[in-house]
Design a protein around this ligand. Sequence first.
Ligand code: SIN
Length: 291
Amino acid sequence: MAKSDKRDETKSSVQVRQLGGHFAAEVRGVDLSEPIPDSTLKDLKNAFGQYGVIFFRDQDLTPEAHIRFAERWGEININRFFQAVDGYPQIAEVRKEPDQTVNIGGGWHTDHSYDQIPALGSILYAREVPESGGDTLFASMSAAWDALSDGLKQTLSGLRAVHSSRHVFGAASAYKAVADLGGRIGNAEQATQDAVHPVGITHPLSGRKALYVNPGFTLRFEGWTTAESAPLLRTLYEHASRPEFTYRFHWEPGSIAFWDNRATWHYALNDYAGKQRLMHRITLEGEAIGA
Ligand code: SIN
C-alpha cells in the first residue's frame, strides 16, 4: 500500500454544524456502518456533550452495525416495554402501521427519568418514514434552565421531583387503554420504577445546568402533593417548550438522531395518518446525576 493510501487513524473526518439556535447539530463525514476510530469517537462525544442531540444522514446500518456503534458509547439498556426487533433484544422497535392511530412518544418527555440512573440517551435510526410528517421535536433543557430568572433557579435548586413509569407503561396507562397499540408496548407488570431527581441537574458531560422535569414521567415535587406541584410544573413545561428552545428534525430513510436524555426532551409528531413509520432505537445506560 502506498504511504498516501494509509488511513490516518489519528485524524477524524467529523464535520459538525449547529442547527438550532441553542443546541442540535448535524454531523457529516462519518460512515457508521464501519468501525469508528477513537479519534472520530472523541469528536462525536464532544459534539454530543456540546449540542445535546446530534443527527446523521444517509446511513445504511444493519442491526449489527447499529449495536456496534452503540457499544462504543457504553452499555446498552434492554428495553422492558417496547417490542424488540426480531433476534435483537438490544434494539427496540418504534413502529406505527398505516391503520394505527396512536404513535409512541407523542408528547414531550425524556426517556427513563423514572430510573434511579436515567439512560444516557438513544440512537434512533429511521428505516421507513413517511415522505412528509412524522418529524421529531427536540427541546434543550440547558437553554431552558439558563433562561429562567435567578429567583426561580434558586427556588428550583432546593427541589427534587418524583418520576414514575407506572402511569405511562403500567396497567392503568393511557397506552394500555388504546386498542390499536397492537403489541407495540407490553410488560405492564414491569412498570414499577419510581425515582427522585434534582429539578436542576448538572449535566455529567458538559457540566452545564439543565432543567430535569418532563411532562411524560414527572409526577410532582418531593414533599409536595400532585395538586400543589401542578401549577409550577405547568409553568416550567410552558417555558421549556418555547419554540426558541426547540429544534424540529425531518426524517429521511437512513437518518439517525442521537439525543441526550439528561439535556433534552423529545416529541414524536403524529401527523402521518395512513402511512408507515418504522424506527430502530437503541438506548444507552447512563450515570448517576446530581444537582
Ligand atoms: C421516542 O420517543 O423514543 C420516539 C421518538 C420518535 O419516534 O421520533
